[in-house]
Design a protein around this ligand. Structure first.
Ligand code: CAO
Length: 439
């Protein structure tokens, strides 16, 4: 029987992606969960697994092609074991025959998803059966019926922003309509004079140029940053931490962390300190619900880390930082940064963050002004630690100093809160024995 493997649901508001590479060829025998294509969406790059095993009979996509959710990627012949009985000795043939019902009516191991209807044998090659593939996992999925999601998509509404009136926050058709209305009326009353897109000059008048299309990820980064920059009043405050003792702590534990498969870097230590600061100052671990006029305080501590990749900046998230010690965090960060650079993180790794750490210190520079990673309300920028002469107790001594810059949403965080947050982070970094004691 020929079955179709289609592009499953990816995540909220992501309906298509671009094929980077086809990972199988016609004639290949593939296993269940084996990746068939590598896909790039506006959120991430990841591999799409096949929910069935069998022989690939047709490939319906090619590299560079844009495909939509539901579109056929490959066709797979699933009853290949039953098609080669004549080559087998009688005993094996018996075994194949005995196995046949299992192949034709797959159970939970072969095919965990409902098979629609078995076509007659003679028709099976022309009548490919659609295999429903589970949606790719996405963190923070909103409870809503497919028709509700469909309406939200049609109206261009981000369903994760719609307050659900049903049990457990389930979003109804009415909720989506109401929300869309609020946006339209709100936008109309706030409408500022539209900024016209200015035509570019013809640069070729002055020399040679080259035009390259922006990738889906680059377009999304540009859109998100422009929207956040123009819609949220944000402030950046700077401070510096004396991390001389912290560097000694790092030298002391570096080998142990390396043996566990990680690297004890400034980033890992900052992440641990930030989680404690978020507990202490919950406003920094919140989001603003502008529609309801509420602040959402989160009781978990998921921290995103800005990772510089060839495809652009991505922010994978380390979940439940407060439950992990510095060794576990170092190992997880090393692994997550590597996976992100290799384009192997899925949407589930890129969602659910409460706060972002952006460390440019591994490259160069001191202070900068990071832009918020919406819907988060704060972000910490880390510059390069350098040795500087520092006056203390009447003496001038060489100390290692780390530049820090915190940007925050000024709608809910006041300047004094910003100063308190920075002070907390600086003091924690200057007392590394507290870090060592944190479980
Ligand atoms: N000061 C001095 N040295 C630093 C440092 C800092 N702030 N941060 C890192 N380093 C050092 C590390 O100790 C390491 O040195 P050694 O090899 O001698 O041990 C070296 O720089 C490289 O570090 P790393 O990058 O491998 O590891 P990391 O855990 O510190 O950082 C990551 C991980 C993912 C944050 C980083 O690789 C990265 O991609 N940074 C770019 C983030 C970015 O683009 N931000 C801009 C976003 S716009 O807001």
């Amino acid at each position: 029987m020929i079955k179709e493997v289609r592009l499953p649901e990816i995540s909220e508001n992501v309906e298509s992606g671009e094929v980077i590479e086809v990972l199988v060829a016609v004639g290949d025998i593939i296993d269940q969960e084996q990746s068939v294509v590598e896909l790039e969406t506006e959120k991430a790059t990841f591999e799409v697994p096949s929910p069935i095993k069998g022989r690939v009979t047709e490939i319906n996509v090619k590299a560079g092609q844009k495909i939509n959710v539901g579109e056929v990627i490959v066709k797979v012949e699933t009853d290949i074991e039953a098609r080669v009985p004549e080559k087998k000795p009688p005993a094996a043939e018996e075994e194949v025959t005995a196995k046949e019902p299992e192949v034709r009516q797959p159970g939970p191991v072969e095919q965990p998803l409902p098979v629609v209807k078995e076509p007659p044998i003679a028709k099976e090659l022309e009548q490919a059966e659609v295999v429903e593939q589970k949606p790719l996992p996405a963190a923070g999925t909103v409870p809503a019926a497919p028709s509700v999601r469909q309406l939200a998509r049609e109206l261009g509404v981000d369903i994760s922003q719609v307050p659900g009136s049903g049990p457990g926050g389930r979003v109804s058709l009415d909720d989506v309509k109401k929300y869309a209305k609020t946006i339209v009326t709100g936008a109309a009353t706030r409408a500022a004079p539209a900024i016209k897109v200015r035509p570019l000059p013809d640069f070729t008048k002055w020399g040679q140029t080259e035009r390259q299309p922006m990738t889906a990820i680059r377009k999304k980064i540009a859109e998100n940053l422009s929207r956040t920059w123009s819609s949220i009043p944000q402030v950046t405050q700077h401070g510096e931490a004396d991390i001389t003792e912290l560097m000694e702590f790092r030298n002391q534990y570096a080998k142990k962390v390396e043996e566990a498969g990680g690297k004890l870097t400034v980033t890992a230590m900052v992440i641990k300190v930030v989680a404690s600061a978020l507990k202490e100052l919950p406003k920094f671990n919140a989001s603003v619900d502008a529609v309801r006029g509420e602040i959402i305080y989160k009781k978990y501590y998921n921290i995103g880390v800005a990772v510089d990749t060839e495809r652009g900046l991505l922010v994978p998230v380390i979940k439940d930082v407060e439950k992990k010690n510095i060794l576990q965090l170092s190992v997880e960060l090393t692994e997550l940064a590597r996976k992100t650079r290799d384009g192997k993180v899925g949407p589930e790794n890129l969602m659910g963050g409460n706060f972002t750490v952006s460390n440019l210190g591994g490259i160069a520079g001191t202070y900068f002004t990071p832009i918020l990673n919406w819907p988060e309300v704060a972000i910490l920028g880390v510059g390069r630690a350098v040795k500087e002469p520092v006056f203390s107790d009447g003496l001038c001594q060489p100390r290692t100093v780390l530049p820090l810059s915190v940007s925050y949403d000024h709608r809910i965080i006041d300047g004094a809160d910003g100063a308190r947050f920075l002070k907390w982070i600086i003091q924690a970094l200057e007392q590394p024995f507290l870090l060592a004691m944190e479980e």
